[in-house]
Design a protein around this ligand. Structure first.
Ligand SMILES: CSCC[C@H](NC=O)C(=O)N[C@@H](Cc1ccccc1)C(=O)O
Length: 603
């Protein structure tokens, strides 16, 4: 670790990069600097990254580049509330912006795609009426009302459209409401007629990744997950009604990412506990080739992906614990070079991969960063959001900040995290908070047993679902934690449910097995607010005033209870939604968090 974490934190860096489908030497990126997180047009050949003046929220699925890279589409919301309209911004010098759906009410978005011929835009929009798959021209003057293909009241994510715009898919749960065991449903974009539905045997799930790049070819690349931790890749033709099972893994998790522009290969990310690597698979022969790239990670759910580039290359979005995103072009074995990003410094040691047993013997995996020296150190146990995502070896400037202030930092892929198979992911459904807290207690135990830390000097920190875990742990395991630090936290499930849009309510219903009207006892039993009087440790919270995922009211209710008990806490509000837009604000928060933590451990 180095002492330059502040500069590393504030230096401009890429958060994600998207490659245009038919102009693969250009694309779109999210560029983070001290003050803003905004969209930028990229030329991978010249290395130019041009800011568009359009704010974004860090999720890769909040903006999409047009197939020919002449424009991009993004959800323009109100102050980060994630409700609004999709707008188009031209990627020429004018940066002209226009509303694509002026006739619609505000909506949340759960997917979008543009056809390779550049003509058709499909959107998965969510209002309180349900999830609607709509289709509209991607070019020219916006139409008054887009073509409505289907409405469902059950969760439906991630729409895709074929190269010629005639077939669209939606990942649906109508066959298994209240789960995320998605099926892929294909629709005729002219009529909305269902062309086919790919349902894997329960508890399997299928997700559409992308269509064949060739107009007239309606085959779709599918990510499959099945019982017994099996993950695989299928090629499904909803029109010809054929399925080709390309490959399946049991030991590792395999996730298809892209279909090459010449139609010959699929790009895969293979994940095995501590490692991620990219492979290319020949779609005719099934032959697999591992790409020789630096160690680190190449994708992160919702946040970052790797894709094919121009001329048969692969554009790897590479990160590791101490190195921000860099776009590496892989051409052939031993022939790759950095096109964009990184911080220019040579690779340095970052996270250590660690594994420890939980109370039931399940091995839990995490990433540890620690100061040099023998310790023991005060420590931060970090809980990611989601819950169904996982932390890979990825750039975590906060970890560097904690370590440079003498703390060990352990981020935990607790039960419910993705990447360990369906059973691991779904074990928390109907039992929210139980196994996660067992796993966090195991992390605490492991830090002490290994001599990395001592019992009274371990804090818990997390954001969003991880913020729920912070408050829940403080109330249910008050003897373990020296302090709690949360960002965009969830303090009460029922209040959250009532203040949330449908797109978020469906997540609560999946986690609890139903809405508060029928499962109220469980919602209350698993809410931090129920245990607020048990909390002993000081609390520091940071919350967005326009957040629709972890809305303000439920945190205010929690804070009022702390005030009534005269319990030490700080609640800071920022102008924004479910996360910080500016690293300056984030840095101020981190400065405060480290001072607060030092005070809590008597440092
Ligand atoms: C009800 S838990 C809080 C909402 C949750 N946010 C963070 O944990 C959330 O929005 N989950 C989304 C996906 C997501 C995952 C990670 C970060 C942001 C969003 C969901 O599962 O629908």
């Amino acid at each position: 670790m180095t002492g330059d974490w502040r500069a590393g934190f504030l230096a401009p860096r890429l958060r994600w990069v998207q490659v245009a489908k038919t102009a693969r030497s250009r694309g779109l990126a999210a560029l983070q600097d001290e003050h803003r997180l905004e969209l930028a047009a990229c030329d991978f050949t010249t290395g130019e990254v041009r800011r568009l003046g359009v704010p974004t929220d860090g999720f890769i699925d909040s903006a999409w580049v047009a197939a020919d890279a002449t424009s991009a589409f993004f959800l323009a919301d109100e102050g980060g509330n994630e409700l609004g309209h999709v707008h188009r911004v031209t990627l020429d010098d004018t940066n002209a912006i226009g509303d694509m759906t002026p006739g619609l009410p505000d909506y949340a978005l759960r997917g979008a795609d543009v056809s390779a011929d550049g003509e058709t835009l499909v959107l998965d929009i969510v209002t309180d009426e349900g999830y609607d798959l709509v289709c509209l021209p991607a070019r020219g003057t916006p139409v008054a009302s887009p073509r409505h293909l289907v409405r469902t009241v059950h969760e439906a994510w991630n729409c895709r459209v074929s190269a010629d715009g005639t077939v669209a898919t939606l990942d649906t749960t109508d066959h298994a409401p209240g789960t995320r065991r998605f099926a892929v449903t294909a629709y005729d974009t002219a009529t909305g007629a269902v062309l086919g539905r790919l349902i894997l045997p329960s508890p399997g799930a299928a997700n559409a990744v992308c269509f064949s790049p060739h107009p007239g070819d309606q085959r779709v690349l599918i990510a499959s997950q099945r019982a017994g931790d099996r993950s695989g890749v299928l090629v499904w033709d909803p029109v010809g009604d054929t399925i080709v099972e390309l490959l399946e893994e049991t030991a590792a998790t395999v996730v298809p990412l892209d279909w090459s522009p010449d139609g010959r290969h699929a790009l895969l990310c293979v994940e095995l506990l501590s490692a991620q690597w990219l492979e290319r698979v020949d779609l005719r022969t099934g032959e697999r080739e591992r790409l020789d790239l630096p160690t680190g990670s190449f994708r992160s759910p919702y946040l970052r992906t790797s894709q094919f580039g121009a001329g048969g290359s692969v554009l790897a979005s590479h990160e590791h614990g101490m190195s921000p995103l860099r776009l590496i072009a892989w051409h052939a074995p031993s022939r790759h070079r950095v096109l964009l990003g990184g911080d220019g410094s040579p690779d340095r040691a970052g996270f250590e991969h660690v594994v420890f047993p939980s109370s039931d013997g399940t091995q839990i995996q995490g990433w540890l960063a620690r100061p040099t020296g023998t310790g023991p150190f005060p420590a931060v146990v970090h809980c990611h959001g989601g819950p169904h995502v996982s932390v890979a070896d990825e750039f975590t400037p906060a970890a560097r900040a904690w370590v440079d202030h003498g703390f060990a930092y352990l981020t935990v892929n607790y039960r419910g995290s993705s990447g360990r198979g369906r059973a691991f992911e779904e074990q928390i459904h109907g039992d929210v908070g139980h196994w996660e807290l067992e796993d966090l207690a195991a992390a605490h135990r492991w830090l002490v047993d290994e001599g990395i830390s001592v019992g009274g000097e371990i804090l818990i920190n997390g954001e969003s679902y991880g913020g729920f875990l912070v408050l829940y742990a403080l109330g249910r395991q008050p003897e373990l934690w020296a302090a709690g630090i949360g960002e965009v936290v969830l303090a009460d499930w029922e209040l959250t449910h009532h203040d949330s849009p449908l797109a978020m309510r469906r997540l609560d219903e999946m986690l609890f097995g139903g809405p508060p009207e029928t499962h109220g006892d469980l919602y209350r039993e698993r809410s931090p607010l129920t245990y607020v009087d048990e909390v002993r440790a000081p609390i520091l919270l940071w919350q967005g005033s326009n957040d629709t995922r972890t809305p303000p009211g439920q945190v205010v209710a929690y804070a009022e209870r702390l005030v009534a008990r005269n319990h030490p806490f700080e609640l800071h509000w920022f102008e924004g939604g479910h996360g910080f837009g500016d690293e300056g604000g984030h840095l101020a928060h981190l400065d405060r968090a480290i001072a607060f933590a030092r005070n809590a451990v008597g440092g």
